[in-house]
Design a protein around this ligand. Structure first.
Ligand SMILES: Nc1ncnc2c1ncn2[C@@H]1O[C@H](COP(=O)(O)OP(=O)(O)OP(=O)(O)O)[C@@H](O)[C@H]1O
Length: 306
């Protein structure tokens, strides 16, 4: 399978500091990947490497199944990006900004300028200079700018940063439509986790330059659904005890000696007592699940590495 982006053991150093440490990720086409990490985790660094704005110290990177400097240069024409700040020229209108970008990219089709302005909801800004735009308008112009070459892969670093709630909703709608209607794969970083949760189909959690976890929305929902997590080697016996002792079938046996029980959340004492009574050697018993935010904190707090 050709991935839109595939990295293997990608590392990047700044002086003696390792900002990215052996990062291996695979991005499939048509998905929206939420890149989550604290300040300084390495999100922008990873995006800059993917976009060709900086070069790795070690490791490999391929785009659309191609690697090698010459090939990557060609494949990067299929990428649009807005990394750090939207690259906007303040003294120009939205359309003039897009014209500059279009010409720089060597794209002859002038109609794309109006099409992109329409797409991001800026077609009525006329001669207004970009420096007088609101932050939300600037962000949308930045996205239009990234979209001008009809990219198949969009890299957006903090596109909703500083936006008011309505602006956030607008960007969310735009990105969801771009993925659904134009089948654009999106890699997006954001500190706004509740918002990201509404956009992303998949998540990549990065911490201190390392990828701690990649998971799909379904896997996240599974992890976030409130449950009693019971760790026990004898999962078959445990399941039988839950069914017979508690009369429940609302549980799931996980592959790693964990059973998730989705009911009896308010009767943990009763559950524990029944497990004990049946002689089960329980090595972990906790109430888990919740928001993306809490999940993220539990992953980086636990320092998991799978
Ligand atoms: N040009 C640079 N020179 C030196 N250090 C750098 C440079 N760029 C990034 N770093 C360092 O690399 C680490 C990762 O930075 P990066 O910008 O990728 O983090 P981030 O996850 O995008 O953070 P934020 O959420 O704050 O944008 C940080 O410690 C940062 O200080």
């Amino acid at each position: 399978m050709d991935y839109v982006l595939e990295t293997e053991n990608l590392s990047k150093d700044f002086g003696g500091f390792r900002a990215l440490d052996q990062v291996s990720v695979k991005l499939e086409a048509g998905k929206i990947y939420g890149l989550i990490g604290q300040n300084g985790a390495g999100k922008t660094t990873l995006m800059r490497l993917a976009a060709g704005l900086s070069f790795p110290a070690q490791g490999s990177l391929s785009l659309f199944g191609h690697q090698g400097e010459k090939e990557l240069k060609e494949e990067r024409k299929r990428i649009g990006c807005m990394i750090e700040y939207p690259g906007i020229i303040g003294n120009m209108s939205a359309k003039e900004n897009l014209r500059v970008r279009r010409v720089l990219k060597g794209i002859p089709n002038k109609e794309l300028e109006d099409e992109m302005l329409e797409l991001v909801g800026l077609s009525n800004t006329g001669k207004k200079k970009a420096k007088n735009f609101s932050l939300g308008m600037k962000q949308r112009l930045g996205i239009a700018d990234a979209l001008i070459g009809n990219p198949e892969f969009l890299i957006l670093d903090e596109p909703v940063n500083g936006l008011d709630p309505l602006g956030v909703v607008e960007i969310r709608r735009l990105l969801t439509e771009l993925c659904r209607d134009r089948h654009i794969t999106i890699l997006i970083s954001s500190h706004n986790l509740p918002e990201l949760y509404q956009i992303a189909t998949d998540y990549i959690i990065i911490h201190k330059g390392k990828i701690l976890k990649t998971l799909s929305q379904e896997q996240l929902d599974e992890n976030c659904k409130r449950h009693i997590r019971i760790q026990c080697q004898e999962t078959a016996k445990l399941a039988a005890v839950l069914e017979e002792g508690l009369g429940t079938t609302d549980y799931k046996v996980m592959p790693d000696g964990v059973v998730k029980l989705y009911d009896h959340l308010d009767q943990q004492d009763q559950v524990a007592a029944i497990l004990y009574k049946n002689g089960l050697a329980v090595t972990g018993f906790s109430l888990e699940g919740d928001s993306l935010e809490n999940y993220f904190i539990s992953v980086i707090g636990g320092g998991q590495n799978d």
